[in-house]
Write a protein that binds this ligand. Structure first.
Ligand code: UT7
Length: 329
């Protein structure tokens, strides 16, 4: 087993106060609570208000992490933000967060790896620390998917929610805890199964974009579903084998929270009973890059993850991107 070189310290999260329930969607589009619960497991999602920007939500999550890590904003050397719904296209939301936090010594940048953004971010942070480029890297997953969701498209609008989660990556303090394995993968040929057709350089904003609603997320749900199950299974296998562990060694599996059926299929493939699998998709829906760090924070605060726990995190998202990481807490 690889000797861990970096550890995760502290967790934090923020979810907006406004909640949209399945009953709310019954009034907005042709759907039913029964269909949504049966096909996705989602019951409600949190939706940001005007001041709950990606940067603002991230700040709430980051402050909790700094408090637990016992450091101040000036001690942060880098901020790595996974987001697919940045506050602006330029500059990155990480830059806005850096200013909000007063993290004057930190380099800051976003990672666009969709729902895998937090695990990609952790892996980049691991590299920054092991290369000696940074001592303390704040890693965030934050999304305001409600701003890029088409609320007239019943096949996608019932899925997505907003929120932020964070942790800090630094060199290991005692050699027993930290990142044991990390696996990243991409298949860009499948990009158009889950994407936003317009708004970027290929289709800059114009009247057609507004008419086509091409600014919003488009998804071929069934194809994405199949790829998600396949890829998350692959990622679990790869990360566990890299760590020299089996499913029996894992105390908690935190899968990306997109759909309860994908979560159950991933757990089944990994050979993990559902009582070891953390599920909160019912309360938040799919919050993309924020999904794993929100779940991680809940697990730590609920005592499901304790010192010495072995945690497997696995994600899948647009790109397609997928990733898994094994961490000893
Ligand atoms: O974050 C990572 C990426 N995202 C994901 O991992 C999401 C992956 N995909 C999924 O979770 C599922 O594919 C969905 C939840 C999006 C859809 O579930 P599904 O079981 O794959 O349904 P479907 O797309 O095959 O549609 C089945 C039927 C269709 O009607 P017909 O053609 O059979 O008459 C849809 O029009 O369900 C219909 N439908 C709905 N009915 C009621 C689609 N959305 C809704 C809805 N309410 N909200």
């Amino acid at each position: 087993m690889k000797r861990p070189l970096v550890e995760l310290v502290g967790t934090g999260r923020y979810t907006p106060t406004k909640v949209l329930t399945n009953a709310d969607f019954e009034r907005m589009v042709d759907t039913s609570d029964e269909w949504i619960v049966e096909r996705t497991g989602i019951r409600e999602r949190h939706i940001s208000g005007p001041t709950e920007t990606v940067a603002a939500m991230s700040k709430f999550a980051a402050v909790q992490v700094l408090e637990q890590a016992g450091i101040g904003p000036l001690d942060i050397d880098a901020i790595v933000m996974g987001t697919a719904s940045p506050d602006r296209l330029l500059p990155s939301s990480a830059c806005d967060l850096q200013a909000l936090l007063g993290a004057d010594n930190a380099a800051a940048f976003d990672i666009q790896a969709a729902c895998s953004g937090f695990l990609y971010g952790l892996t980049v942070a691991e590299g920054l620390v092991t290369a000696g480029t940074a001592r303390h890297v704040l890693v965030i997953g934050a999304e305001r998917l409600s701003t890029i969701t088409d609320y007239t498209d019943r096949s996608t609008c019932i899925l997505f929610g907003d929120g932020a989660g964070a942790t800090l990556v630094r060199a290991v303090s005692d050699g027993r805890r930290g990142i044991l394995a990390s696996y990243l993968k991409t298949d860009g040929r499948l990009a158009e199964l889950l994407y936003r057709p317009g708004g970027g350089g290929c289709h800059p904003p114009d009247e057609r974009l507004l008419a086509d609603r091409g600014y919003f997320i488009k998804m071929a749900g069934r194809e994405v579903f199949k790829a998600a199950v396949r890829s998350m299974a692959d990622a679990c296998d790869q990360a566990l084998s890299q760590a020299g562990l089996t499913a029996r060694d894992v105390d908690v599996l935190i899968p990306h929270q997109a759909n309860i059926r994908i979560i159950e299929a991933t757990a089944k493939h990994a050979g993990m009973p559902m009582d070891k699998v953390y599920v909160n998709v019912d309360r938040y829906g799919n919050t993309s890059a924020a999904s794993i760090p929100i779940a991680l924070d809940e697990c730590v605060r609920e005592g499901r993850i304790r010192e010495g726990s072995t945690v497997l995190m696995v994600a899948f998202g647009g790109g397609f991107t997928w990733a898994a990481m094994v961490v000893r807490w």
